[in-house]
Design a protein around this ligand. Structure first.
Ligand SMILES: C[S@@+](CC[C@H](N)C(=O)[O-])C[C@H]1O[C@@H](n2cnc3c(N)ncnc32)[C@H](O)[C@@H]1O
Length: 324
């Protein structure tokens, strides 16, 4: 097959993340120059033509990155531009945000066409190759609905991150989550059959307390359980964790420095931790310029694969993933 290249590429973002994306491109040392921008849609140009390999860079502010195959005035014309694609995705700017509209999840290695409708007569066509840690959903937007019994929107963050990164959890996993109250993430994990040690001085919702055990050593293997270590993260000890913790998660409203320091301490207390998933809460999205230091902190702990990603359900937040 003829190599696909283009003078332009485009990124789909959350509304309001466009400026942070430009800063992230700049601080990542990429020689991409801004070409055209609309809310949730940013195109870049470079001196060298872009290829599919140019998309293999992790930009946390981009929910989807595509080689741009040009602009059309009709959907049909836009679709025809991505003839090589095995799967076609549609996205549109509506209700003040970039939304995935339709499209099947692709398989790893398949070419995916993306038709983005910015207005009734402005369509853009993109193409990318589906790869690990790339969202399978149109516009990187899982469109998941939260169940009525979830105590918080954090349920959506866990579910969308799981889908975006294709994380696999089993009933043998034990997650420690810092900042677990009122319990949206805990509920999502329990429903996936995963046991959780939650650290938070605040009260948990009844729906998760229904699975609570009163002491860490009361854990059994016949059902997923929840142990509430009701204190601040800094006061949690090895004893509270016990044996066999496999994932570290944090949703604490603390600075990235505090969270990453606790992450290192917890990974030392529980060397069986194989993955971390942190919701980084920022005061300003421009803090994305500190990305290299967040990656360095995870690499220093021993995580070899690290990714930063703003999910469609995030506001001033990013998901930071580390896998050994
Ligand atoms: C956004 S809420 C977490 C939502 C939760 N993950 C859920 O699934 O519902 C942030 C939580 O972080 C907790 N928190 C803040 N600082 C903390 C600390 N140092 N240690 C433990 N929890 C902390 C707060 O008490 C608060 O409940």
């Amino acid at each position: 097959m003829k190599a696909i290249d283009s003078e332009y590429l485009f990124a789909l973002t959350n509304p309001g993340s466009e400026k942070a994306l430009k800063l992230e491109v700049e601080t990542s040392g990429l020689d991409w120059r801004l070409s055209y921008q609309r809310r949730g849609f940013v195109t870049f140009k470079s001196d060298q033509p872009f290829s599919l390999e140019s998309l293999e860079t992790n930009l946390g502010c981009a929910r989807r990155l595509c080689l741009s195959l040009g602009k059309s005035t009709t959907r049909e014309e836009a679709e025809a531009r991505a003839r090589e694609a095995k799967v076609m995705h549609h996205a549109r700017y509506a209700e003040r945000k970039m939304q995935g509209v339709q499209g099947e999840p692709p398989e790893i290695g398949q070419l995916v066409g993306t038709v983005v409708e910015l207005s009734p007569d402005e369509f853009w066509t993109g193409i990318h190759r589906h790869a690990p840690f790339v969202s399978p959903d149109p516009a990187g937007d899982a469109g998941i609905e939260m169940p009525a019994d979830s105590p918080s929107r954090a349920w959506l963050k866990l579910e969308e991150a799981t889908r975006f990164f294709d994380l696999k959890f089993t009933s043998r996993d034990i997650v420690v989550e810092l900042g677990c109250a009122p319990g949206g993430v805990v509920l999502a994990l329990l429903n996936r059959g995963v046991s959780v040690i939650g650290v938070d001085p605040a009260k948990m919702a009844d729906v998760v307390m229904a699975s609570a055990i009163t002491a860490r050593d009361a854990a059994t293997t016949d059902r997923p359980w929840f142990f509430h270590s009701r204190k601040p993260a800094a006061l949690t000890s090895k004893r509270d964790l016990g044996q066999g913790v496999t994932w570290f998660m944090s949703d604490m409203n603390q600075s990235p420095e505090v969270v990453l320091k606790e992450c290192a301490r917890f990974c030392k207390m529980a060397p069986s931790i194989r993955g971390v998933l942190i919701t980084l809460k920022l005061t300003d999205l421009m803090q994305v310029a500190e990305k290299a230091s967040w990656f360095a902190a995870l690499k220093a702990i021993g995580f070899t694969t690290v990714r930063l990603q703003q999910l469609s359900v995030h506001h001033k937040e990013f998901a930071l993933l580390g896998i050994r």
